[in-house]
Design a protein around this ligand. Structure first.
Ligand code: ADE
Length: 271
């Protein structure tokens, strides 16, 4: 399957630069990904090519006019229709507004979007969009976090990037995005590469052992430890095995400087 994104923006070149490099470049070359950039200004009907105007009711800032944005999205939808006909799936393709007022983008949202074959991303500039774009054109609104950017382009690129790397074959590695932070609901375990000793800082012995079961166990525990220490909110959403919960109790005890209350049956203590 090829995934097609259409990015509608006043600054297509910002997006083009990012799409020309690395994994997104490769995904396009291999036919996994297509990204069409559309300049909203090309759809402005008046002779000054105006895309923004003063807000009704006064106040500062400018507002994105509805006509060019509607015209641009309708042109994209016509292109989609030429590709696939008037099928149901066309009607279900998301038309997403990038705005700080949208639902927060997460790995779960990225996975959800990766199921679509076509997605339109509308990037705003200025103070905001005319509300009629929100009400009658967009099917979804996404924010990439609780901060305000000068435009939606970076947010659109974040969405394209996070979704593309989930497409089977987009990452060189056959296990793909399976081990990513958040994929399992946990942060990723620490990584090491050569040399085994760098300025006296050594790689954990278990990683050099060649014992794959031990390595997997160590990685799982380090993922748990790291998530507990940095993002305990993520752990609340997970069901952990009994021994994993005990491991985290030990981590918490160690952190608090409490002696370990239990000695396990091997007589070697926790871990
Ligand atoms: N446009 C401006 N700020 C944004 C944000 N945080 N997320 C998405 N689009 C935006």
């Amino acid at each position: 399957m090829t995934m097609r994104f259409d990015i509608l923006t006043l600054f297509p070149e910002i997006c083009a630069a990012y799409l020309r490099e690395s994994i997104l470049k490769r995904a396009q070359a291999s036919g996994l990904l297509r990204v069409h950039l559309h300049n909203i200004r090309d759809y402005a009907a008046d002779k000054h090519k105006m895309t923004d105007d003063l807000p009704y009711g006064g106040g500062g800032g400018m507002v994105m006019k509805p006509e060019p944005v509607f015209a641009a999205v309708e042109a994209v939808m016509r292109e989609w229709r030429l590709e696939i006909g008037d099928s149901i799936s066309n009607l279900q393709s998301p038309i997403i507004l990038l705005t700080p007022q949208g639902r927060t983008f997460t790995q779960t949202v990225a996975r959800e979007l990766a199921h679509h074959e076509r997605i339109a991303l509308i990037c705003g500039r200025y103070e905001g969009f005319d509300e009629r774009i929100r009400e009658h054109l967009a099917t979804d609104e996404i924010s990439i976090g609780d901060y305000v950017l000068t435009g939606g382009e970076l947010a659109a690129l974040v969405v394209v990037d996070a979704v593309t790397r989930l497409l089977p074959g987009a990452l060189g590695d056959p296990t793909g995005a399976e081990d990513d932070s958040f994929a399992s609901g946990l942060l990723e375990y620490p990584h090491y590469t050569r040399p085994p000793n760098f300025r006296g800082w050594t790689v954990p012995e278990v990683l050099l052992s060649g014992d794959h079961a031990r390595i997997a166990r160590w990685r799982r525990r380090e993922s748990l430890r790291r998530t507990f220490l940095r993002r305990p909110d993520l752990l609340l959403k997970l069901e952990l095995a009994e021994d994993e919960r005990r491991f985290l109790t030990d981590v918490a005890d160690e952190l608090a400087g409490r002696p370990r209350p239990r000695v396990d049956s091997s007589g070697q203590g926790g871990q």
